[in-house]
Design a protein around this ligand. Structure first.
Ligand SMILES: [Zn+2]
Ligand SMILES: [Zn+2]
Length: 356
């Protein structure tokens, strides 16, 4: 039998574990083994698999070594086969159609802020999922717990993304972006000039989530009316589960799961403003967020809003969580033509540029 690519198999396992929301240390075991092997000549890997010395390498343990040996013997690793066989539930027809219509993801994090993986890893996972683009939206300066990017770091990131893009497969690109904090007065936490330069701006409330209704409504209305804001992120801020999110990042504090009530605001006024200013309402796919709740998705739909079905992924495997958002959107009757990430990268950027 022909040998398989053991590094690809290890990365696939890590991806599936992450997607299944499994513990971080499990995912890490496979990613570090893949990284360890990537640094060695193929002949040495084969030799070590043959004489049982793979586990002498830092980052390779018994389980991962067995996977490598199976791959090299031309067999699908048992670990991988089991994972594939026990994968998540099927989506119904409408949710599947919506998922198939999505061409990219507009809300993702890398290890530049509180994500667990380098930009390149996130991009490669997006390519493997069949996406045409990935909008990189690391946090803004005042979210210090999530290592929010200062203007200077964001500028460096923009240069870096340009380099990464040059090395990615034809037909795929990383779009630049930010998840900018909506500050107490509704202003956005980044330099105006940078916000104008970015391809996509997602704005979210991460602080003062218990502000009283009138204040929170004013705050959100101000943000939504800002021409730089393209997408209103996880608008209620709720957390529906305290299940570990399987995040591989050092912090992920901004998205640390804990049960939290919805913020109190005049949703009809905010959605009317979103429709008026053509600001899209995010349907956040994270299992612990499920934000906005279905009753509010229906109201945003009635108000005439556009939507973006995003993962808010902090790790590569989480990029496949769009299915959860699609499921909720489909239940609420959101049609594909109201969803901005069913557009091509060109159409998406044309839309955001026309807005600001
Ligand atoms: Zn957020
Ligand atoms: Zn986020």
């Amino acid at each position: 039998m022909n040998a398989r690519d053991p590094i690809a198999d290890l990365r696939r396992i890590a991806f599936l574990l992450e997607r299944a929301n499994e513990a971080t240390y499990r995912v890490r075991a496979f990613r570090s083994a893949a990284a360890a092997l990537a640094g060695l000549p193929a002949a040495e890997v084969a030799e070590r698999a043959g004489n049982g010395t793979l586990t002498e390498l830092t980052g390779v343990g018994d389980v991962t070594a067995r996977c490598v040996a199976e791959s090299l013997a031309g067999e699908e690793p048992v670990y991988l086969r089991r994972l594939v066989a026990t994968e998540g539930s099927d989506l119904d027809a409408e949710a599947t159609a919506l998922r198939t219509a999505l061409r990219g993801d507009c809300h993702t994090h890398s290890d530049w802020s509180d994500g667990g993986s380098p930009i390149e890893e996130m991009a490669l996972a997006a390519v493997e999922l069949g996406h045409e683009y990935l909008v990189l939206t690391d946090h803004s300066p005042r979210l210090t717990v999530a290592r929010g990017l200062t203007a200077a770091r964001l500028r460096r990131q923009l240069d870096h993304v340009e380099q990464v893009n040059a090395a990615l497969p034809e037909g795929f690109r990383i779009l630049t972006g930010i998840e900018v904090d909506i500050l107490a007065d509704g202003s956005l936490d980044q330099d105006e000039e940078l916000l104008a330069r970015l391809d996509v701006v997602v704005g979210s409330v991460h602080s003062g989530l218990k502000d009283e209704r009138a204040k929170m409504t004013r705050r959100m209305l101000t943000a939504v009316a800002n021409p730089h804001l393209d997408i209103l992120g996880h608008c209620t801020g709720r957390m529906v589960s305290s299940r570990p999110a399987g995040v591989t990042g050092p912090g992920d504090r901004a998205h640390r799961p804990r049960t939290r009530a919805e913020s109190d605001f005049d949703a009809d006024a905010v959605f009317a403003a979103c429709a008026e200013h053509d600001t899209a309402v995010e349907i956040n796919s994270r299992p612990e967020r499920q934000d906005p709740p279905k009753r509010l998705i229906r109201r945003a739909l009635e108000a005439g809003c556009r939507f973006a079905i995003n993962t808010d992924a902090h790790a590569p495997g989480q990029l496949d969580w769009q299915r959860f958002g699609c499921e909720r959107a489909a239940l609420c009757g959101v049609p594909a033509d109201r969803v901005v990430n069913t557009w091509s990268a060109e159409q998406l950027v044309e839309w955001t540029r026309a807005r600001a």
